[in-house]
Design a protein around this ligand. Sequence first.
Ligand SMILES: CC(C)(COP(=O)(O)OP(=O)(O)OC[C@H]1O[C@@H](n2cnc3c(N)ncnc32)[C@H](O)[C@@H]1OP(=O)(O)O)[C@@H](O)C(=O)NCCC(=O)NCCS
Length: 311
Amino acid sequence: MDILVRPMCEVDLAEVRTIFRVAFGTFIGLPDPEAFSADQEYVFTRWRADPDSALVAEANGVLAGSNFAAHWGSFGFFGPLTVRPELWGQRIAQRLLEPTMDLFAKWGVRDAGLFTFANSPKHIALYQKFGFWPRFLTAIMAKGVERRNAAPLKYSTLSEAGQDQALSACRKLTDSIYDGLDVTSEIRAVKKQSLGDTLLLWGGDSLEGFAVCHCGEGTEAGRDNCYVKFAAIQPGTRAGNAFENLLDACEAFAAERGLGRVQAGVNLNRSQAYRQMLQRGFRTAIQGVAMHRPDSPAYNRPDVFVLDDWR
Ligand SMILES: CC(C)(COP(=O)(O)OP(=O)(O)OC[C@H]1O[C@@H](n2cnc3c(N)ncnc32)[C@H](O)[C@@H]1OP(=O)(O)O)[C@@H](O)C(=O)NCCC(=O)NCCS
C-alpha cells in the first residue's frame, strides 16, 4: 500500500471528521459508529486554530487517517489520532506519529503527552514505540450546575489592551507551574471562533487563576455542557481556596449560558485538585491514562491545580 502523510487542508475536513467518528465509534462498539460525539466538534475547530499542527495520511490516494498536535509552549500533546477501521493494523498510525514527533522536536517541547484508553494493550504498545510511558489515570469529571454567587470576569469583555494584559498574566501563571507552559493559543482560539470564553480570577493586581471554557454544541463541550479545556491556579498557600472560587465561576458561567453541566479533566496525580473535585460533587464520566514522554510527571504533580485532559 502506498502511504503518504501530508498537512491537512480545508477540503479534507469533512472526511477527516467522518473517519474520526467512525474510528472511535467502532473502537468503543457503538451500533452506529458515525454517531460518535455528534454534538461535539474537534476537527474543524482545531484545524482553524492551527492548520500547521494537523496531518492526514492517504493510502493509495484515499484519505485514511489523521492526527492533531497541540503546542502549549514547552509542552505538547497529540490527538485525536484516528485511522479508518478497515485499514487498522497496517502501520498508518505509526506513519502519522513520525511527523508528529518531528513537530514536537521543531517546537522544542520539553515534555510531551497524550490521553488514551487505559484498557487497550494496542494503544499503550503503539505509543510506547514512540517513547511515551503510561503514568497516572486522568478522569474527565462532570457535575450538574448549581447557581453560584460569582460574577466571573470574561476575557471577551476586555479591551484589546486588556486582552493583551490578560494573555501575559495567563502565560506568567502557567510558567510558574511548569517552565514555559503557555496555553494562550487556546484562549485566542476560543475568542476567535466564539467557542465559549475564558474566565479570569483576579486577586488585586495579580491573576489567581483562569479557565478556558468551551460551551455547548459545535465545540469540544457538546450539548448542554460547559467544558473546561484548561484551567490553572497560581501556586501557593491560597491555591485551594482560589480553586474553589474558579470552580464557582465556571458553574456561574455555565448557568449564565443556560448549560446544565460542567465538565473538566484532572490527572489523578494532581491529588489535591482531584480530591476537591470529588468533595464538590464531580463524578468521573470517562477515564483514561496519561502517557508521558519522557517518563516524568511534567505538571502532573500533587500540588498543581490544573484542569486539562490532553484529548
Ligand atoms: C489506535 C489507532 C489510531 C491505531 O491505528 P493503526 O493504524 O491500526 O495502528 P498501527 O498499525 O500503526 O500500529 C498498531 C501497533 O500496535 C501493535 N499491537 C496491537 N495490539 C498489540 C498488543 N496487544 N500488544 C502489543 N502490540 C500490539 C501492532 O502490532 C502494531 O505494531 P506493529 O506494526 O509493530 O506490529 C486506530 O486503531 C484507531 O483509529 N482507533 C480508534 C480511535 C482511537 O482509539 N484513537 C486513539 C485514541 S488515543
